[in-house]
Write a protein that binds this ligand. Sequence first.
Ligand code: HDE
Length: 754
Amino acid sequence: NPLKRAAQKITDSLRGDGGAPEEGIPGKPAPESPSVAEPTEPRDPLPPKPDQSGPDTVSPTGQPTGADQARTAQSGSYLTTAQGTRLHDTDHSLKAGPRGPVLLQDHHLREKVMHFDHERIPERVVHARGAAAHGTFQSYGTAATVTKAAFLAEDEETPVFVRFSTVLGSRGSSDTVRDTRGFATKFYTSEGVFDLVGNNMPVFFIQDAIKFPDIIHAGKPHPDREIPQAQSAHDTFWDFVTLHTEATHHTLWNMSDRGIPRSFRTMEGFGVHTFRLVNAEGATTLVKFHWKPQLGVHSLVWEEAQIINGVDPDFHRRDLADAIEAGAYPQWELGIQTFPDTPDQMFEGIDLLDPTNLVPEELAPVQPVGLLTLDRNPSNFFAETEQVAFHVGHLVPGVDITDDPLLAGRLFSYLDTQITRLGGPNFPQLPINRPHAPVNDMLRDGLHQTAVHRGVAPYRPNSLDGGCPFLAGADTGAFIEAPVRVPESTRVREAPESFADHFSQPRRFWLSMSPLEREHIIGAYTFELAKCYEQAIRERALLVLANIDPELCGEVATGLGLPAPAPTVPLADVQPSPALSQLGRTWPTDGRVIGIVVGPDGDLDGVRAVREAVVEGGMVPLVVAQAGGVLGSGEGAVTVQRTYATARSVEFDAVLLAGLPGVGSDAYGARDAKAFPAAAQQLTGDPRVTLLVSEAFRHGKAVGAWAGGEAVLEGAGVPTGAPGVVVGDTGTAALEQLVPLLGGHRVWDRFTVA
Ligand code: HDE
């Protein structure tokens, strides 16, 4: 065949020494008797041609693109059209006379409104509301024995972008709803992008991806009226999770304090599925990924969460951005639980392929492998937080998947969804999604193509572009799927038998909770089920709870005014896992917010001293006064950050009161006097301050007073002898008593649980 001979000639000439790559690609079996050896791995590799080095960052006309795009989009000091033509007016349409009709020839009006009309893109079908930050991941190297992934090697620093999210709500919904939170991390590693797309709960509602549309349709607002927004407290959600009992464990986590985190900074993260690590020798280990927040795991209390949804729907987003701006960089340790990669993929009787299961840390300790620090806020929400595209299939050598059927569906879904959301297949070229490793793919064209690819041969094998790009082998950083044995079987639509246990893991979680946490769980179930309209759903939910624990079922039944049913399966004999409880530990107080409420005659010197001490302690002071501006004058002036009108207790982790007008005082301004019935003021002082104090007290927050602040405590019905209520001779003396209380997150002793 003359064509074949010609091709062979070209191939030989490219190889230079005329020798075929006999040894083949390391880690890859050599092709069987190739008629034409592919010119991909010469002994002395040809350098890629300059025009083969992947998408350029310079436009064909020499202008910078990509990372420098901000410069091309926003340079020069004049307002221009998108084509760079300077404008003299952007406030008036072109008209036939000042009162005449607007002219169709107004190309600036047309361009401005056309672009505006298309500013919105479809929001994510789930996890639509989120907030994100840039940072770095510093690897300890402790995972190097189990994985060859470069980003987990010793002392490796990798840039990251992390997006936190709620699941059910739309983009404009509130932050502190009861829901699971997303915790998605993009590692821009030297070997390509690795995405760890996790949640703040270690288990999931379903065991098979084919049920994902069902659980999401059930959780989203009802299709007829599109209510309720961002809530699980409605009939369709409870209808599904009570019929589909594999959802029981995740639902229990949602009803626990984990469903209402205090902050993204105080959430754990979990990879949920079992992944497979591969080390340099090719040995595999099964793992579960964990993120452990350095500030501890803390939650809101339910009433607080509900109030925040009204007074500050951006609470979590603001908290993350403010902390980073203030230099209080949130940190998490990445940890792994490791399990032997046995053929049955079970550990201590727990099926590792079932994503409704967790493995207690007492059975498999979480071993720290690196530290994540978030230290930079995005500069443009849309370009970064909205356009970032995560995918569980973004893997690097050393990290591989398992046969968890939920993971399999995700491997398909994430790529697919970006095509609709980001308008085509070229979303990896968006600045936030670009790998930091060199890219040299053979993907071409498509909507929103911004790369100017060169060369003529985006196919393999080729001889025209120098046979480039080359294929890598195991020793040159290729991702090679772990050679896992696939069980020999028959095609079925079935789950393994081990997936049928839906209650022992929820029972373990329930037994691991402290009495107060159980109380919160009972409250959450009672609230959510009471919001359902259908009696049958409530009754079915009680049947599910009976299989977790009779006390849980009984208390919720009492709250709903229904009889408690008996369990339908024997209660599982499981040991608690103390690591699952959030209480009983002490954490650093960094970044904790202390409200310093000061009255017109407040002790300003004291306030100044407290402020300084709070800042020195790495916490955040917020001064609250009757009106904005500054208190006092000259060097000693104190800036007011919140007024009685803009402050609400939910913003503070603790409250200190100084020099406030108390019962019956007439020290309020005329405007405030008008805002509330006189009787309310006479009784309690400013109703907004007493509300603030009584809420803080009710929500278990440390409360302190000095210099006359005690009078307000009294007016708000807060007994000075109650746990976590402190009074000092000076502000700093009160603060000193307050800070240790913050280490426990809340004053739990204030709550009595039988
Ligand atoms: Fe997702 N999920 N998911 N998910 N998921 C998406 O991808 C999906 C699941 C998670 O901040 C979507 O880009 C299926 C588990 C996070 O951008 C979509 C299944 C876990 C985020 C999708 C799951 C997650 C998403 C929507 C069942 C925890 C937000 C937009 C098989 C381990 C990422 C998008 C961000 C987003 C599909 C289950 C976490 C539709 C089919 C389990 C944190 O592709």
